[in-house]
Design a protein. Structure first.
Length: 283
């Protein structure tokens, strides 16, 4: 497990590739990243499954091929995540989920400053930054990858109060108790469900840290909510609703991003109220 103070030390030592100067946010409020110039980037040719897409990036004169879902490699290169997913492929999920959450809070006459958010699959802080700009004061990130924690501190220092690294289903009892005592009333997980990165038991464990009557904010590819889904998420969401563990407050189908071949990838954004413990679903 790594917390933010430890990550700061490691991020300060890390230098990779494409320059070290701080970048400024543009007029549209784009995320600031710790690079001074664009990367030489080429998307893979062909029509690949979403978890098999790849790109080639040139670093220090050396060309590297990186699979999109090999996040530990993506996060090691400053600016690659943003340039690849948000500029080239036009990912819109953090903004969309922030908008859904803001609308839901307004409808229920709630103040965003009262939220205490546990951001699961936090990566390098894209959703954390959206939450901070929304006005959320308390945000704790969590990710399986140490590279993600370092990238979050490198690219968006100060967004997270703490950052937990590790498998949530294998944390020591002391850390589980600590997270359970934080009083989280909102869970966010964006672009992280359905491809094995965060299986149902991990999502369920994260939801256990959320207080009753709190919010679950997540998105998932529409395929994983169909009856043909084999990941377990369709069963988890369906049973959670049927058993009264959650109540869907808002759901929206939208274009998550484009594939490397230019096809739109559709996801469902969901805001749900947590009413009880989520059922256990084997992954």
């Amino acid at each position: 497990m790594i917390i933010a103070s430890e990550v700061r030390t490691q991020a300060a030592r890390q230098t990779v590739g494409a320059g070290d100067g701080p970048a400024e946010a543009d007029d549209e409020g784009a995320s600031s990243i710790a690079v001074a110039e664009r990367l030489e980037l080429r998307l893979g040719d062909g029509d690949y499954a979403q978890d098999e897409e790849w790109c080639e990036v040139t670093i220090g004169g050396e060309r590297r091929r990186i699979r999109f879902h090999d996040y530990h490699e993506v996060y090691e290169i400053p600016g690659l995540y943003e340039q690849l997913f948000y500029e080239e492929l036009e990912c819109d999920s953090p903004r969309t989920l922030r908008t859904l959450l803001a609308d839901c809070l307004e409808e229920h006459k709630l103040n965003e400053q009262e939220l205490k958010v546990f951001d699961l699959g936090a990566g390098n802080g894209m959703m954390g930054e959206e939450l901070q700009e929304l006005g959320v004061d308390t945000i704790v990130g969590a990710d399986l990858l140490e590279e993600a924690a370092r990238a979050a501190e490198r690219d968006r220092p100060g967004v997270y109060d703490d950052y937990v690294v590790g498998d949530l289903t294998a944390l020591d009892d002391g850390l589980v108790d600590e997270l359970g005592s934080r009083g989280f009333n909102c869970l966010t997980t964006v672009a992280a469900l359905g491809f094995g990165d965060i299986p149902p038991p991990v999502f369920t464990q994260a939801a256990d840290f959320i207080e009753p009557d709190g919010w679950l904010v997540f998105n998932i590819k529409e395929d994983f909510l169909s009856e043909e889904d084999e990941t377990g998420f369709s069963r988890l969401i369906r049973r959670s609703v049927e058993e009264g563990a959650i109540e869907i407050a808002c759901e929206r189908r939208y274009r998550h991003r484009y594939s490397s071949s230019g096809e739109p990838l559709y996801y469902n954004g969901v805001i749900a109220r947590k009413l009880g413990d989520l059922p256990e679903i084997a992954d």
